[in-house]
Design a binder for this molecule. Structure first.
Ligand code: SF4
Ligand code: SF4
Ligand SMILES: [Zn+2]
Length: 287
């Protein structure tokens, strides 16, 4: 039976059943599904290749502008936080404080039940103290896209408080609460963690949840792998959102220190990398 809204299979043009329409844009024939999948994969590959080409144009543009030799042929793509900054609302602060008070209360009970911290926590502490500068530089280029998930809890658990109590055993619960509250930035990124401010995370590492100290997104893991396998002295990092370049930085592969960074990509360089060939024209004009 023909459907009132007669959507058709994007491959064979046959009218789709209600069920077929609910699950996709093709009919149930295996050959149609196969062709659609191949097309989808080809589209994704093209989008990725276009992005990589754009990132390479941006890298070349930066190296040319800075008149320096290009030492590393690769550019590593990272996520990008593009949220707007705004004053931290009182409602969010109250939500956070109420939850934090509960975490501190639980931690106090746990403190008397469990005298020694578990082996797992000790391992985490060791890991946290070895935090790499490369990771810090990369996350600074991204500006904390993953921190959006911190919402009004910042991943703080009773275990986080217990760890902090172990470092400062004389602090009373009210003082711990005050210390955490004092770290809230006045302005934070819209829709992100209550501690996510323009200067990064408002919490020092010893006050952050283990998850915050340990987490690395796939792109960051890729960067660490790249650095471990590359003989280049520098790595070019580009943070990207929805296929658009947002920021760039150049870091030292050995120390992780930043050699150059753009707080945001300038309009002129953006135009140059968005339209292939225009960088050549621009540099020839300038030269
Ligand atoms: S872990 Fe990944 S998403 Fe999170 S701040 Fe670092 S680069 Fe960005
Ligand atoms: S506490 Fe800091 S690191 Fe953790 S989610 Fe919030 S801003 Fe990010
Ligand atoms: Zn079909």
């Amino acid at each position: 039976m023909t459907q009132p809204n007669s959507a058709k299979c994007q491959i064979c043009d046959r009218v789709l059943s209600v069920h077929e329409r609910a699950v996709g844009a093709t009919c149930r024939l295996p050959q149609c599904k196969h062709i659609a999948l191949r097309r989808e994969l080809a589209t994704q590959a093209k989008v990725k290749a276009d992005l990589v080409a754009k990132v390479h144009r941006y890298r070349d543009f930066v190296f040319r502008e800075r008149k320096c030799r290009q030492e590393c042929p690769d550019a590593v793509i990272l996520p990008a936080n593009t949220r707007a900054i705004q004053s931290l609302q009182g409602k969010r602060i109250r939500l956070f404080r109420d939850r934090l008070m509960r975490q501190i209360s639980v931690a106090m009970v746990m403190r008397y039940k469990v005298r020694a911290l578990s082996r797992k926590q000790q391992v985490n502490e060791e890991h946290e103290s070895n935090s790499s500068t490369i990771v810090a530089s990369a996350c600074a280029t991204c500006q904390g896209d993953c921190c959006a998930q911190g919402e009004e809890h910042a991943f703080i658990q009773p275990e986080t408080i217990l760890r902090y109590m172990k470092i400062f055993p004389d602090l009373r619960p009210i003082e711990i609460l005050a210390k955490y509250m004092a770290c809230l930035p006045a302005k934070t990124y819209t829709g992100s963690c209550v501690y996510h401010g323009q200067k990064g995370c408002g919490l020092p590492r010893e006050m952050r949840a283990s998850l915050c100290n340990d987490y690395q997104c796939g792109e960051l893991n890729g960067l660490c792998h790249h650095v471990g396998n590359s003989s280049c002295s520098t790595v070019f990092l580009v943070s990207v959102k929805h296929g658009k370049i947002v920021r760039g930085s150049l870091i030292d592969s050995d120390t992780g220190e930043s050699r150059w960074k753009s707080s945001s990509i300038e309009k002129s360089s953006l135009m140059s990398v968005e339209s292939p060939g225009s960088t050549e024209t621009k540099s020839r004009k300038q030269g």
